[in-house]
Design a binder for this molecule. Sequence first.
Ligand code: HEM
Length: 451
Amino acid sequence: MRLRHGPIYGIYFGSAPAIMIADADMLKEVLVRHFSHFHNRRETPFDDYPLNKALSRLEGARWKLVRNTITPAFSASKMKPISLLINNCCDNLIKHMRSSITTNPDIEVKRLYGNMTMDTIAQSAFGLEVDSQENPKSPFVEHAKAVMNLKMYHPRVFIALMVPQLAPIFNYFKLGLFPTRTKQFFMDVTTQALNLRKDGKNKRVDILQLMADAQENHDHSESGEIPELAGNKEKDGHSVMKKELTMEELMAQAVVFFLAGYETTNVSLSLLSYLLATNPDMQEKLYNEIQEAALTSESLSYDVVNKMEYLEMFVNETLRLYPPAAFADRVCTQDITINNINFTKGTKVFYYIYSLHRDPKYWEDPEKFDPERFSKDNKDKIHPFAYLPFGTGPRNCIGMRFALLVVKTAIARVIQKFRFEPCEKTQIPFKLGKSTIIPDEGITLRVIARE
Ligand code: HEM
């Protein structure tokens, strides 16, 4: 499409006209300069309580207020204690890898990291120690999987996305995206977790606690500036003036961290491992950097992880070639003309991250995996709007810092102890999956203990 029509073109999304953008300069206009006209996402046809209260779905002033309230929970200073939780989950991951390879060294890495990612988000978002690696049948794991196994090509999801006019019918029959008992389960977990903390005895360092603190303290110092929003409307009978987040809203945020964070983080870790296995020289370079940093699970803090230059270059290049979120969307809230293109109120705008990341206009030899693009000497040459794995502007990924911390910590801890190699089952090159960027059957690699 992009080659045939250029970087900006019109498409029909179901029966609704939409504009697809894969042009870095236009994205600067839409996502940042004229953000006030493009602050909402397109509606999904489900009024799927409680997820309609999640940050990713909220609109206008309520979105702005919730975003401002919870942003401090993801600040650099708050990530420092969270990195201890992540390291605990990595201890379990390493233990589990050691025992797995004694019976079979060929491991499907998406499943392997899936458990670790689930533990990390469960601990960091809900304050729950799940250890899904040891307890794959725990109710938390069962319900989290029900939420996450919902694929784009599930008939209900597909119909809902393509024919949004069916929304009233879905809502009438209460056909939400997620099983009712799963929603109830998460509601109960959040209520219990918050009640436990209310008496002050169970104060923990997790995102739920940080969100609760952030609203108590109205600590918006690290929120950043969100401009005034055009064409704003109040929804769901919410009073925008009501400053506190309700219990439902807190729960919706914790659940959406799973939805937005699980698959994306898991896919990133799987791809990183594949690219390390298929680029042994780079894997050794990374191992040497890790050895120099002399990591221990206690010392691998937020600061240490962020000082590892080659790790950063490798992660950035992985997310360029294989962005786990291939596209993102906005809706125009008020008519505007930008560079001779008319955006009318209600127009859906998609931006195509995958295409942007492989465009020869912005990247030399774009199909080549080359972490050196992100070296100190080269990174300033990159167009700032041509590399957007986490989106950009005031509505970018709120979990970016957390996701990068999980990914970098896990890879550093794993590569310190193990080496990845391709095995007979490794597809090189691999085929993209139906709804994700990695093969549907996952990625199998040989894992070899270093000592
Ligand atoms: C490698 C992992 C991840 C990638 C590549 C990723 C990517 C993205 C992208 C592209 C967007 C859309 C940005 C836009 O519309 O401009 C987004 C939004 C979002 N992400 Fe992530 N994400 C990741 C991990 C996470 C994690 C771990 C969390 C939660 C802890 C998270 C929470 C969210 C939320 C809540 C939004 C919506 C923000 C809003 O509407 O204000 N993401 N993410």
